[in-house]
Structure formats: C-alpha cells, structure tokens
Design a protein around this ligand. Structure first.
Ligand SMILES: NC(=O)c1ccc[n+]([C@@H]2O[C@H](COP(=O)([O-])OP(=O)(O)OC[C@H]3O[C@@H](n4cnc5c(N)ncnc54)[C@H](OP(=O)(O)O)[C@@H]3O)[C@@H](O)[C@H]2O)c1
Length: 261
C-alpha cells in the first residue's frame, strides 16, 4: 500500500525563522519579517532576558537563553527552524559563536545582521583597545572622571584603579554593587541626543569616555559630544565576526530570507 501524501497540509506548513535578538535592529527585522512573510514563515525572536522590561517584539518571543550550544541545537531541531538570523549586538560573541556551531550541526541556514561601525570624527582623541583589561591599562593615564557606557560586565578589570571616579550608565540598576572603588550609577535607555550627552559630560565634569565600538545611531551622540569637548575616548574594538553570510542592512537581510524561503 502506498502512503498518501497530504498535499494541503504540506502547502500550509510554514518555514520557521529564528531571529537571535536583543537589539533595535532585531526588533525592526522581526516586525518587517512578520509583515512580509506572513503567508510563508513564522518568525520567532529569542532574547537573553537580561533586562526586566524589554521592548515589545512582533511574532513569537522566547526569552532566557537556550543553555549553550547543545540547547540551541535542540531548539533548532525541536522547532524545525530553517533559517537563523544572528541579529545580536556586535559584542555578544558567545551567542554568535553558539549560533555558528549549532547551525553547522543542524544545517539551519544562518546570516548575521550587524550594525556598521561608527566612523569616528577627524581629530578625535581615540585610544583603541582590545578589551576591558586593555582599557584598564590606559585609563588612568588619560582621565580621572570617566563616563563608562560599556555595561556592567567586565568592570572588575577596573577594581584596582584608585585614581578614577567612574560614572557608569546602565539600562537598569544592578542587583549587586559594582566592583569599582569610587563610582556612581545612572540609568537611562537610548537613544540619546548630542544635547543630552553634552549636558551629562558638563554636569559630572567628565574628562574621559569609555565606550565599545558598538555602531548605530542611538548611542553615537556621546562620541560627538566627547569629541566636541576634546575628551580622550577609550574605544573597545569589536570581536571578530563569525564566518558566513552577513549584512549590515535590514533590507538585504529580508531579501536573503526571501531567497531562502
Ligand atoms: N554585549 C553588549 O554590549 C550588548 C549591547 C546591547 C545589547 N546586547 C544584547 O544583550 C544580549 C546579551 O548580551 P551578551 O553580551 O551578554 O551576550 P553573550 O555574552 O553573547 O551571551 C551570553 C549568553 O546569553 C544568552 N543569550 C545572548 N543573546 C541571546 C539571544 N538573543 N537569545 C537567547 N539567548 C541569548 C545565551 O545563553 P545560553 O547559552 O543559555 O543560550 C548566551 O550564552 C544579547 O542578545 C545582545 O544582543 C548586548
């Protein structure tokens, strides 16, 4: 007896797209993918779940991590994910590495959506470093009142810097004190304007800025304000991009998805 193929069910089956999120670009991509591929695909966005009040996302949302490479691999297999967009932040290297390996193992096709790097204005006093330890080696030579915009991870690299007062800007108040000697935390959420940033630098008599080379319009104003004030900027370089297809454009990413569906 030959098995009967349920053609109408096969026509109904939609491909699943997993967007690894946590960025504004991921949210925009999800909204546009849900609208554009309504008849062809289901869109799932995953977030690490690190902020208590994340902004809303179109489509299905999963939050809280997968449990490493094997967890992500299982999720892709169990959910039958065909396409993965790594739209995480350029500095979220662990999840990008995990996605690279899990997609190789499952044969899910993957593309990275990455923000273009900032073009630093001419004349800026920039010291580029590889990481927070590199920043710790140069900071005391450059400044004594430093605005830190790198998030709370890795600040222990500065715990022995006694001569610096840190103004640490975070999305929300951390549950634990920071591993710094002398600091103040302020909470705020991008986007920031140049006017906001000028005011902040002046109000706290900031004489140095520590930032990641994050790219994107939402947080570039601090660089402009620091350059205007002729402040030294310590800029943490990006980790290497994982191999494979990548784009900096949401339009191109949608076209890539369309071509794969
Ligand atoms: N690093 C930054 O500067 C920065 C800035 C803005 C936004 N973000 C966003 O914040 C999130 C966390 O950043 P991070 O630097 O801590 O990441 P990370 O070091 O690359 O990842 C740490 C762990 O968080 C989980 N995770 C991260 N992104 C995830 C996602 N989109 N979906 C599900 N799980 C995720 C994974 O847990 P499991 O191993 O359990 O799967 C991962 O192993 C990222 O999604 C990133 O896009 C980061």
């Amino acid at each position: 007896m030959t098995a009967r193929v349920n053609w109408s069910a096969m026509r109904m089956a939609k491909a699943k797209i997993l967007i690894l999120g946590g960025t504004g670009e991921a949210r925009e991509l999800a909204a546009r993918a849900v609208a554009r591929f309504a008849d062809q695909a289901l869109v799932i966005t995953s977030q690490a779940g690190v902020t208590s009040t994340p902004e809303p996302v179109a489509g299905r949302l999963v939050s809280g991590g997968f449990g490493g490479i094997s967890g992500l691999q299982s999720f892709i297999e169990d959910e039958d994910i065909a396409l993965v967009v790594d739209a995480t932040h350029a500095f979220a290297a662990t999840i990008s590495d995990n996605a690279y390996i899990a997609c190789l193992a499952t044969r899910a096709r993957r593309i990275t959506l990455v923000r273009p790097q900032w073009e630093i204005p001419e004349g800026a006093r920039v010291t580029e470093v590889a990481d927070m330890a590199g920043a710790a080696r140069v900071l005391e030579k450059l400044a004594s009142r430093v605005l830190v915009t790198t998030g709370r991870r890795g600040l222990e690299a500065f715990s022995s810097l006694q001569r610096i007062w840190f103004l640490v800007r975070l999305i929300e108040m951390p549950a634990q004190p920071l591993a710094l000697t002398d600091y103040r935390i302020i909470t705020a959420r991008p986007p920031y304007t140049v006017e906001d940033e000028r005011k902040l630098l002046g109000e706290y008599a900031i004489d140095g800025l520590l930032s990641k080379q994050s790219g994107g319009d939402a947080t570039f104003a601090k660089i402009i304000a620091a350059v205007e004030a002729d402040l030294p900027i310590v800029l943490i370089r990006r980790p290497d991009l994982v191999p494979g297809d990548w784009t900096a454009s949401i339009d191109d990413c949608l076209d890539w998805l369309q071509a794969q569906l």
